[in-house]
Design a protein around this ligand. Structure first.
Ligand code: IMP
Length: 403
């Protein structure tokens, strides 16, 4: 009993959503602790695809409570769309969703600031998802932000207008002129605020600590990946939150002693969306083959993901930093699109492997995997000195091998 944390060990898009969905029913609560709607967690359940940006992936399981933590930033417009998507799929969120009163709000002007900061950077742009994440965290740390509890106060409208005014001064110095389009966006945002007032908004740190004291268990669901961590990633080509396991404590208000397992998810190759260094990148036909077969397009922005070989020096670093206890590999099935493939070993040398022809999506037993894949998995495990506890063999919920 306690908190298990699940994190991405690369640049995001490791397939965390599927793994959370797979294990969520073992937990009383699934909680998001950082990030915002820059995340896109894709789940495929009984052939139906769900993409979640704000709400934890546990929402698909009827008996799981879902918490959005204090370390997150929330765009009400995106949240409302997500609720509508779930409701139209017959998934009830009533009494199953609690948002921290301390989570920060993303304003329409935060998104504009994101766009204008990126424009100003020119060639040096970060490749942000432009969801207003960075500017919302900027206001959090400048102590000028609006939090979820503000929407329940009588002064919300004037608080909003004051912050908007500040943003517009900044935006006009960056070349932005307010227009009719903004009015429409703002109206939709204010409508969304009205709709999310019905969602339970409270001190989730008390709720979670009480639950844990009574023997309950929580799965903390990370967003993005460790290589995008604001402190330890390839700054400035990072996101604006701490994405590693320790961030679960800060984002949920639980002590480090509560953490039990750290589940680290990584892909059999490597992808990155947006700008920044990528030592094993394949800016060639092989990279494009991986992109096509691996369906490597951003769940949030639809952008093409840059593809490359598995980078074990980086993976080793993130395994150590997160204190991974349980390793999960995803998308090894995609490697069948190549006859041979490579991975960078911990000493920085590229090693070559032979692929296999068998379709592994229906394999449920490790011993039935192709020999060449077993060799690759063994190589990774010896480089990391850690065993894989799950091997994902396809996008569906049941396409998994428990080791
Ligand atoms: P931002 O957090 O939207 O400003 O984006 C900063 C960087 O992180 C960009 O390179 C994005 O592509 C990347 N990024 C943000 N969220 C995700 C994610 O969920 N998956 C993968 N990359 C992400």
């Amino acid at each position: 009993m306690g908190v298990d944390v699940l994190v991405g060990l690369q640049w995001g898009d490791e397939g965390k959503g599927k793994i959370v969905d797979l294990i969520a029913n073992k937990y009383d609560v699934v909680a998001r602790f950082q990030g915002g709607p820059n995340a896109g967690h894709t789940l495929i359940v009984e052939g139906k695809k769900y993409v979640l940006h704000t709400i934890p992936s546990g929402i698909i399981h009827a008996n799981t409570i879902n918490v959005v933590g204090a370390g997150t930033v929330i765009d009400p417009t995106v949240l409302v769309k997500e609720l509508e998507m779930l409701h139209s799929a017959g998934i009830s969120t009533e009494n199953r969703l609690i948002i921290s009163d301390k989570a920060h709000l993303i304003l329409p002007t935060h998104k504009l600031l994101d766009e204008y900061y990126e424009k100003q950077k020119g060639e040096a742009k970060i490749g942000s998802t432009l969801r207003g994440i960075g500017p919302a965290y900027q206001d959090k740390y400048a102590r000028t932000g609006l939090r979820m509890h503000h929407i329940h106060s009588g002064s919300f409208k004037s608080d909003y207008e004051a912050l908007k005014k500040l943003h517009l001064v900044l935006l006009s110095s960056l070349g932005y002129e307010q227009n009719e389009e903004f009015k429409g966006i703002e109206e939709a945002w204010l409508n969304a605020i009205d709709q999310i007032r019905n969602i339970e908004c409270s001190a989730i740190e008390n709720y979670l600590n009480n639950l844990l004291d009574k023997g309950g268990n929580v799965l903390a669901e990370g967003a993005q990946g460790t290589l995008l961590d604001i402190s330890f990633g390839s700054y400035p080509f990072v996101t604006s939150s701490n994405t590693s396991s320790a961030s679960a404590c800060i984002g949920l208000g639980v002590a480090p002693q509560r953490i039990k397992k750290v589940i680290g998810v990584y892909k059999a190759y490597l992808t990155r969306v947006g700008s920044g260094p990528f030592p094993t990148e394949l800016d060639n036909e092989i990279g494009r083959t991986l992109m096509t077969f691996g369906n490597e397009y951003g769940a949030t922005t639809g952008r093409e993901r840059r593809c490359g070989w598995l980078d074990l020096p980086l993976l080793k670093q993130t395994v150590v930093q997160n204190g991974v206890t349980d390793l999960v590999i995803t998308k090894s099935d995609v490697l069948t699109c190549l006859e041979t493939f490579k991975a960078m070993d911990v000493s920085g040398k590229l090693q070559e492997f032979n692929s296999w022809e068998e379709n592994i999506s229906s394999v449920r037993d490790y011993s039935h995997l192709p020999q060449n894949l077993k060799l690759y998995l063994g190589f990774i495990e010896s480089e990391l000195a850690l065993k894989n506890t799950m091997i994902s063999t396809g996008p569906g919920r049941d396409e998994i091998i428990m080791c």
